[in-house]
Design a protein around this ligand. Structure first.
Ligand code: HEM
Length: 416
């Protein structure tokens, strides 16, 4: 325990706790302990690059919006002169996720021009028809007496195909894409940048960036009604707004960010509802409740547990002075279980009046795909429940072990 210069006594926790089996199985018990220690904790000195964990709802919200806080960006890597030769770093660092002002606004504006609310609303019928197509296939499997892996047959292909439609990634390429996207995703996990993971991700990054560069060139030649064509045109018309590397890097991260997250929203959401038959029955009787169910799924078990930030100047967050240069682990999933903001936070309650979760982050990096993710969650789960009257878990799924992109690899179901 130390007295922070801002006057508050803050407790120290070890980040090693986040790597224990118990926490990987159930991080929420640990998050409850953190809340009992206040909104911010110090990390055991010298243990990692992080010096603080921020987990209280108000503190996380304040931090994400603070002008004194930034994301990790390419300036952090300037001391590694060859950083751009590592393809994964180059992809991440040329994207909006890992950019600060003024670069970040420039990229976000360019994507915002094309990734418009109207384009998302227009996707609604496509989401439903992709869902129905997948359910037809699942129904055929069920009729042949086989069980179904929900993740493989529905939770993955639904968002991957929706994103594919939106961006203009041909259907036959989407299965090829999945393991490569997983390879990139693994690096975002806490402690995930092992040498092996970096090597696998670098190979995947070369393949993926070459793939998108080729696709962008094709769309430049022959534009279609998709996001890649619109972005290429907008970027060419506004020369200098997006460099070729930035265009490709952002396509890669938007595609990745767009489907792995939603895959787990569907998987986590379904398993939670199957464990709560009364709540599921209420939903089946009235699908106008769907939006509040999806909001509660996002609060209760969001796939993106954390984000990372650095203080540019000394800044006070949650009554704690965070000195300039400090790295901070921002626990979004813990903030969503803060008892000070959500009474009885460990109860799944779709009727709670306050639904202002931090599932999609906040501030300048607020998720660009939130509306689409919500639509896919609502349409995807409703279509499934309408098609099958009885759904049960055929075998208990392996407990998710990641904190970033937390969800099931497989979820075997009996359906009828
Ligand atoms: C359940 C689904 C999703 C969840 C939980 C989620 C969560 C998040 C979070 C927490 C952030 C902020 C990260 C930070 O502040 O460091 C973010 C950013 C972002 N998300 Fe999502 N997301 C989801 C779906 C999507 C979809 C469907 C798309 C695109 C089609 C998308 C595109 C993006 C982009 C482009 C950003 C970066 C914005 C920026 O850096 O300015 N996301 N997302």
């Amino acid at each position: 325990m130390t007295l922070n210069p801002a006057g508050r006594t803050i407790e120290t926790v070890s980040l090693a706790t986040l790597h224990t089996d118990a926490v990987r199985r159930n991080p929420y018990a640990f998050y409850a302990e953190l809340h009992a220690r206040g909104p911010v904790c110090a990390v055991t000195p010298g243990e990692s690059r992080y010096t603080f964990i921020v987990h209280g709802y108000e503190a996380v919200s304040q931090l994400l919006r603070s002008p004194d806080i930034r994301v990790s960006d390419r300036t952090r890597l300037d001391f590694v002169p060859t950083w751009a030769e590592h393809r994964t770093e180059a992809v991440f660092m040329n994207s909006m996720f890992f950019s600060n002002e003024p670069r970040h606004s420039r990229m976000r504006r360019m994507f915002g021009q094309t990734f418009t609310p109207r384009r998302i609303t227009n996707l609604d019928p496509a989401v439903v028809s992709i869902a129905e197509g997948l359910l037809d296939r699942i129904e055929a499997t069920v009729k042949s007496g086989e069980r179904v892996d929900f993740m493989r047959e529905y939770a993955f292909p639904l968002p991957a195909n929706v994103l594919g439609e939106l961006l203009g990634v041909p259907e036959e390429d989407r299965e090829w894409y999945r393991p490569r996207a997983d390879a990139l995703g693994r690096l975002l996990e806490l402690g995930g940048a092992t040498q092996h993971n970096v090597e696998v991700a670098n190979t995947a990054s070369v393949e993926i960036t070459d793939y998108f560069a080729e696709l962008a060139a094709k769309r430049r030649e022959e534009p279609r009604d998709d996001l890649i064509s619109a972005l290429v045109q907008a970027s060419d018309a506004d020369s200098g707004q997006l460099s070729p590397e930035e265009l490709i890097a952002n396509l890669v991260v938007v595609f990745n960010a767009g489907f792995v997250t939603t895959t787990h929203l569907l998987g986590n959401g379904l398993s939670m509802l199957l464990e709560r038959p009364e709540l599921l029955a209420r939903l089946r009787a009235d699908y106008s409740l769907m939006p509040s169910y999806v909001e509660e799924i996002l609060r209760y078990d969001v796939p993106t547990h954390f984000s990372v930030r650095q203080a540019v100047n000394d800044v006070e967050i949650g009554g704690t002075l965070i000195p300039a240069g400090s790295w901070v682990l921002v626990l979004l999933a813990a903030a969503n279980r803060d008892p000070g903001h959500f009474p009885d936070p460990d109860t799944f309650d779709p009727t709670r009046p306050n639904t202002s979760t931090l599932a999609f982050g906040g501030g300048p990096h607020y998720c660009m795909g939130a509306a689409l993710a919500r639509m896919e969650g609502q349409r995807g789960l409703q279509a499934l429940f309408e098609r099958f009257d009885e759904i049960s878990i055929a075998e208990p799924p392996a407990t998710p072990r990641q904190l970033m992109l937390r969800g099931y690899d497989e979820l075997w179901l009996n359906l009828s």
